[in-house]
Design a protein around this ligand. Structure first.
Ligand code: GDP
Ligand code: ZN
Length: 321
């Protein structure tokens, strides 16, 4: 007799699997899944697995025998394996349906360059992106839309929210967000203070408590060993899951080489092939740069170009993996 389910927690070789009927089992992995050479982690949060029941072995009461092929993983190169010159992708969450970047319109101020960093990381991993502009009540919807206009023009989906329940007009954004995340596995990220906990609580009362515990673990800084859990967004855990990853900033950009950065700025990418030199970095002094020409022509905003330049310079300095 075998069961199928979703890995909602992965820690030190034990995996909590949530079955379709809502039961939870603690499983180990069958040896053949983990032995031998691998390009990435054999099992990760978000995996859909088949398991069999076993006679209780310590904590475990199940053994995972199959893992469904993954789509859209949020992954990074394993820093420890990299030091040993082995290229293993550490899968943080697999089968991600959408990454949600939460920013406040004010308190704290919105910093577009920070959003650009997140976007580059997500574009590099080909993950669907949703931008949440929160605390709209502080600035009003018109100002909020102006703040994020560039991103809407680039084709990114932006939802305007406020978890301030006295502000009826903007509270509608929370309903739209709930709707958007239904039946999905989402990764939610954003720096502290932007209103993530309040937003989660508005989506599902009580959820922030569960997620807060995970954030606290991450804040200890043990990013390589502490794996976040998926928490159920809907009442009975039938398909809406959220992973909260405060640590994303530290890895969002890691796997991007300086030379490929231009591919992850949606509006820069189309011009890259038109530069005179095919290794053009599009920075200040390169002659015949089509990207800089597009900036002069107003086709690329100064702010986004500036953000590209700074990030490119930063990436040039980082050690190559
Ligand atoms: P987190 O660190 O991202 O989880 O942010 P919190 O949810 O803890 O919120 C940080 C602060 O912002 C708290 O003082 C909240 O009361 C406040 N806050 C959160 N959401 C909103 C909002 O939509 N509007 C306003 N005006 N304040 C908010
Ligand atoms: Zn160029």
């Amino acid at each position: 007799m075998t069961y199928t389910g979703l890995v909602i927690k992965a820690h030190s070789g034990f995996f909590t699997v949530h079955t379709d009927s809502g039961e939870r089992y603690t499983c180990t992995a069958a040896g053949r899944l983990t032995k031998g050479k691998h390009e990435e982690d054999a099992l990760a949060l978000g995996d859909h697995v088949t398991f069999e029941l076993i006679k209780s072995e310590g904590f475990a009461n199940g053994r995972i025998t199959e893992v469904e092929p993954r789509v859209r993983s949020l992954a990074r190169k394993d820093p420890i394996a990299s030091i040993k010159n082995r290229n293993i992708r550490q899968v943080i969450v697999s089968n991600v349906d959408v990454v949600v970047f939460v920013f406040a319109c004010a308190a704290p101020d919105f910093h577009p360059r920070m959003l650009d960093r997140y976007l580059v990381g997500a574009e590099a991993q080909k993950l669907p992106i949703l931008i949440v502009a929160n605390k709209v009540d502080l600035v009003g919807i018109d100002t909020a839309r102006k703040l994020f206009a560039t991103y809407e023009q680039l084709g990114y989906e932006v939802l305007y929210t406020s978890s301030n329940s006295e502000d009826v007009a903007t509270h509608a954004g929370v309903d739209a967000l709930r709707e958007r995340l239904m039946g999905k596995l989402s990764v939610l990220t954003g720096k502290s203070g932007v209103g993530k906990s309040s937003l989660l609580n508005a989506l599902k009362p009580g959820l922030q408590l569960e997620v807060g515990r995970i954030s606290a673990l991450w804040k200890k800084g043990k990013h390589t060993t502490v794996v976040p859990e998926l928490v159920a967004l809907d009442e009975n855990g039938q398909g809406s899951w959220i992973a909260d990853t405060p640590g994303i900033r530290s890895y969002a950009i890691w796997d991007v080489d300086a030379e490929e950065l231009d591919a992850y700025y949606r509006e820069i990418k189309p011009y890259v092939g038109q530069c005179t030199f095919n290794d053009c970095d599009h920075l200040d002094n390169t002659p015949g740069c089509a990207v800089r020409a597009a900036v002069s022509a107003g086709k690329i905003t100064e702010a986004r170009y500036d953000s590209y330049c700074r990030l490119r310079e930063e990436l040039e300095k980082q050690p190559k993996w």
